[in-house]
Design a protein around this ligand. Sequence first.
Ligand code: PSU
Ligand code: MN
Length: 309
Amino acid sequence: MNISRYLKIKDDVAEALKTGRPVVALESTIISHGMPYPKNIDTALAVEEIVRAGGAVPATIAILNGQIRIGLEREDIEYLGTAKDVLKASRRDLGHITANGLNGATTVAATMIAASLAGVKVFVTGGIGGVHRGAENSFDISADLQELAATDVAVICAGAKSILDIGLTLEYLETMGVPVIGFGTDELPAFYTRRSGFSVDYRYDTAAEVAASLKAKWDLGLKGGMVIANPIPEEFEMDHKTIDGAINQALNEAGAKGIKGKETTPFLLDRVKQLTGGESLESNIQLVYNNARVGTAIAVELAGLEKQQ
Ligand code: PSU
Ligand code: MN
């Protein structure tokens, strides 16, 4: 079996991987199902520029016509941001989508899998999935958490959104042995806001500390990723009351409408955006940019450590 039948790595990404230069993976569910057009496309392209400016090569990941693509062209990103036939692709969907020549926007879980197949170790996104509120009844726990336990990719995000049960998400990650790092903070950030009231496992203040910890974990043969939670910059943080109110209303509506499964997260994100008059979208964009800056610095440090040995 030859994996290259399923995987297509863009030239600049392949070259960087071959020569040990830093690469940063980026997901595509955020483009197709996480943000509205046209900001989804503008944001995805701007994030790639931030990665380049920081000295790494961006590899946005998606499945196009059944092929897992590591690094996209501008037209591909435009397609993902506008087309209606793009499936939300998590771990369970990968075989179906590739076997049938379909299009898929990869979630955190699926992006980690694809990145790992290509040899990319650092991945930047906005928010990870987690244990949903009410999971004791719905059993709704994102496949992202299992993937963090199994696949060797570091995920830089802005913490866990309070559409999730943040406490249960942290307990789940602890059980699975996934380290949760606060980047410049002792407290897990809550995506739109800098604080959640929950502590992280470790605080690191520099990209070099994160890279050293990743290298040690993987050198020891410990499978799985790491969550690096990077708080939204203060100037873009939302008012706690405003965002909590919007999230609670969105959750109530999702319950009343019987929204379930893979539709839940996109529904909540969209409603929260509407209920905050677009303010949550602006915050979302800014926190992704901030994560791209930090994630790129981590990828650069990690590439440096790997060269030394
Ligand atoms: N959180 C966000 N924006 C997103 C997502 C999460 O703030 O776009 C996406 C990510 O791709 C994540 C997925 O992997 O939602 C989780 O979906 P689910 O809860 O269905 O596993
Ligand atoms: Mn779910």
